[in-house]
Design a protein around this ligand. Structure first.
Ligand SMILES: Nc1nc2c(c(=O)[nH]1)N[C@H]1C(S)=C(S)[C@@H](COP(=O)(O)O)O[C@H]1N2
Ligand SMILES: [Mo]
Length: 258
């Protein structure tokens, strides 16, 4: 997966969801037939976004777990060590020079240091991460609710989506950076946080240092790692291939609700 993510994903797209069974995992669980089919994935396949939200409610919380249920080894997936020069330079300095931009359709653009983020009100949650490849891991995340960042920046009324721009360029030939987008329902969901701690420690590089999204009602690919910039937009049509995210541009559904 780490070596050639695109090839892995193409296999996934070709063969469908059931085919991921048999991957070797450390400390994480393959979703059981029952859970993966009825719990996570059929939700995406069978229900429309509107139907799912009508059934579950806009603010329904994802299940939270106990400390004892935290996976011994959380699988790292996708980019795990961005080679990009700018990112490497920030990482060498312990991200002292990193600034999170919050901009786009906002009244007051922000540029926040890690220390400033850590000084804001935080939420901690122990949740299960479900990847479309068919594995899941439970981890504890601490971070700033995205709602607080958006409130501080003051969204303009035209804003309809929030885009996460990441430091990792996925495909060197295409030069396509990882990005993702969510709508305002997910953006203001109480479990949607910009996490800077994992299992009680500063977020390690494999998992998206210095900060990554947790969007707990969505599949793993929505949870952007290495977030550099949060942009409020009216439409994501002008970004990438126009489908709202790196994997969406390669065939995944934009709405990955679980
Ligand atoms: N920037 C960035 N974010 C990313 C990815 C990535 O490759 N780059 N992979 C996504 C996918 S498919 C998954 S399953 C999760 C993996 O997060 P983890 O490494 O903490 O398991 O990150 C998501 N966010
Ligand atoms: Mo994933």
């Amino acid at each position: 997966m780490a070596k050639d993510p695109l090839a892995e994903r193409r296999r996934f797209l070709r063969r469908g969801l059931g085919a991921a069974a048999g991957l070797a995992l450390g400390g994480c669980d393959m979703l059981s037939e029952r859970e993966s089919v009825t719990g996570a994935f059929e939700g995406v396949e069978r229900l429309t976004m509107a139907a799912q939200r009508a059934l579950l409610g806009r603010d329904a919380l994802a299940r939270e777990f106990t400390e004892a249920e935290i996976s011994k080894a959380f699988r790292a997936n996708g980019s795990i060590n961005p080679p990009d020069a700018g990112y490497r330079a920030l990482a060498r300095e312990g991200f002292a020079g990193w600034r999170l931009a919050v901009d786009g359709l906002v009244e007051r653009p922000l540029a926040l240091s890690l220390a400033e983020l850590r000084g804001m009100p935080a939420r901690t949650q122990i949740t299960r991460h479900d990847c479309v490849e068919g594995w899941s891991c439970i981890g504890k995340w601490k971070g700033v609710p995205l709602a607080m960042l958006l409130e501080r920046a003051r969204l303009r009324p035209q804003a309809r989506y929030v885009v996460f721009h990441c430091a990792d360029v996925m495909d060197e030939k295409e030069g396509a950076p990882y990005y993702e987008s969510i709508d305002l329902v997910d953006a203001f969901h109480p479990q949607t946080i910009l996490a800077y701690e994992m299992n009680g420690r500063p977020l390690p590089v494999e998992y998206g240092a210095p900060a990554r999204m947790r969007v707990e009602r969505q599949l793993g690919y929505k949870m952007a790692k290495y977030v550099m910039r949060i942009e409020a937009v009216e439409s994501f049509a002008a970004l990438g291939e126009g489908k709202g995210g790196y994997w969406e541009d390669r065939g995944y559904e934009w709405y990955a609700g679980i």
